[in-house]
Design a protein around this ligand. Structure first.
Ligand code: BGN
Length: 284
């Protein structure tokens, strides 16, 4: 078996590069009420490899993409995400893996820290060059919205139905962002100190600016996306501390982030994704 895998790897190195723009992409019919189960999704994605991995068969992808999803108590959203996104990513000829990072119960949610954990676990798994940090409840409505990294850090949730397909404010950097490995390391990842709802993404934007990078955004027509509507999760209330934290973002840049990450995890390889279950503490 190992020999077969080794041979496949060698053969794959010799196939030609995939085109920059994959063929046959266009608008998609996304209906979020769709209720599906994992077996159906599996049967519709026969070519997935364990851990929710895939890569194009007949060409070599230009980027290796890890999708990191922070998660708690959103099973039905995750099913919807997997149902739409596996076919979407394969149609885009992506070489990718899906990492669902679940925070265990009883502590305030910490989206930024979960993203950092996802980054660090995915980096150990495969030679990913691009990291897409995505909420579980946003589904793109057009196949031409390429889930890829670009020259600059990229804010990809710039056209969400919840905000009438507009930016609610200019510097918004929430929902979905894409970073090359080099850029994410340069800004030391997300801050780990945002517990509860709001602000960790605004702080990330400040980090991008502080290290001298610019933000790209996709075309707003092509980037149209649907957000699954839901009530605010319990354990993810706003603490009211975000504003004060963000105003000192530059002071913490080098000491708070990937460089100060501590956690206890277990990793399980599911067929549709890699599940990272993590105890990240409670901020005390
Ligand atoms: C903002 C939140 C963002 C969130 C967007 C969109 C804060 C910081 C307050 C100082 N920012 O208000 O985190 O992505 O709304 O929902 O809460």
């Amino acid at each position: 078996k190992e020999f077969v895998e080794y041979k496949n790897e060698l053969l794959h190195k010799n196939v030609s590069e995939c085109p920059e723009i994959p063929p046959d992409l266009g608008p998609l019919d996304i209906r979020l009420l769709y209720n599906t189960n994992l077996l159906t999704i599996l049967s519709q994605n026969p070519n997935l490899r364990p851990g929710g991995r895939s890569r194009p068969q007949y060409c070599r992808a230009l980027q290796k993409i890890a999708i990191i999803i922070p998660f708690r108590n959103r099973e039905s959203h995750l099913r919807t995400w997997l149902y739409y996104m596996h076919p979407f990513l394969q149609q885009q000829q992506a070489d990718y893996g899906v990492y669902v990072v679940e925070q265990i119960e009883d502590t305030m949610f910490n989206r930024g820290k979960l993203m950092n954990v996802g980054y660090s676990i995915a980096s150990k798994d495969y030679d990913y060059s691009c990291f897409i940090f995505s909420d579980v409840d946003i589904i793109p409505m057009d196949g031409r919205n390429l889930y890829r990294c670009s020259k600059n850090p990229r804010h990809m949730a710039n056209s969400v139905d919840k905000f009438n397909f507009k930016l609610p404010y200019n510097d918004i950097f929430g929902g979905i962002v894409a970073f090359t490995k080099e850029h994410f390391k340069k800004l030391n990842g997300f801050s780990n100190v945002f517990w509860g709802w709001g602000g960790e993404d605004d702080e990330l934007f400040q980090r991008v600016v502080a290290v001298g990078l610019k933000v790209d955004r996709p075309d707003q027509t092509i980037a149209r996306s649907k957000m699954i509507s839901h009530k605010r999760d319990s354990g993810n209330e706003s603490t009211g501390k975000s504003f004060a934290l963000i105003s000192k973002a530059h002071k913490r840049l080098h000491k708070d982030g990937l460089s100060s990450l501590n956690y206890i995890i277990s990793i399980t390889s599911h067929k549709l994704y890699t599940k990272v279950t993590v105890d990240i503490g409670n901020g005390e």
